[in-house]
Design a binder for this molecule. Sequence first.
Ligand SMILES: Cc1cc2nc3c(=O)[nH]c(=O)nc-3n(C[C@H](O)[C@H](O)[C@H](O)COP(=O)(O)O)c2cc1C
Length: 157
Amino acid sequence: MTDPASDAPGPVFRLIYSSHLRIPAHQRKAELGAIFSTARSKNTKAGVTGALLVWHDHVVQALEGDETVVRDLYSTIYEDIRHERVTILEATTVPERVFGRWSMARVSDDEDQPDIPLLMNRDKGGISPAAPRPTTPEQDEVIATMREYARASAQPA
Ligand SMILES: Cc1cc2nc3c(=O)[nH]c(=O)nc-3n(C[C@H](O)[C@H](O)[C@H](O)COP(=O)(O)O)c2cc1C
């Protein structure tokens, strides 16, 4: 799902954090659905864009927007009892929004229909035209970093 979150060009603050979900497996799908629903509606109003990667119990989320707004939102998210071990990985101003069309993109290999598939279908035979690219190269770069963070946070300390 895409939404017209913010099209303004120029520098933006980006915060990336990791955390560990505390939601029991049988409630996970419903609870993550509720989180995405809240995130999309609140983020759109706040001019925040981003992506949320859920990999097993591990979360990596990127939040882009005005620095004060993003830091305030992070404080709210930090307090959320549905996850723990919330740790900032990056907090910096970047030249452009990467997730400009997404108030909160779902990047997940646990879901049936992720908005941004982690695994691209390979072109079989090369005859059929390539499917429209779901992500930009800039998004691919940030998503790849988020996946590395998720896998790193899954390693025992
Ligand atoms: C992993 C995770 C990611 C979240 N991401 C967002 C988000 O991007 N935007 C948002 O508004 N709330 C997000 N939330 C929910 C917030 O923690 C909070 O419950 C929500 O903003 C409602 O806040 P309110 O009490 O001010 O209405 C997230 C929660 C979790 C556990």
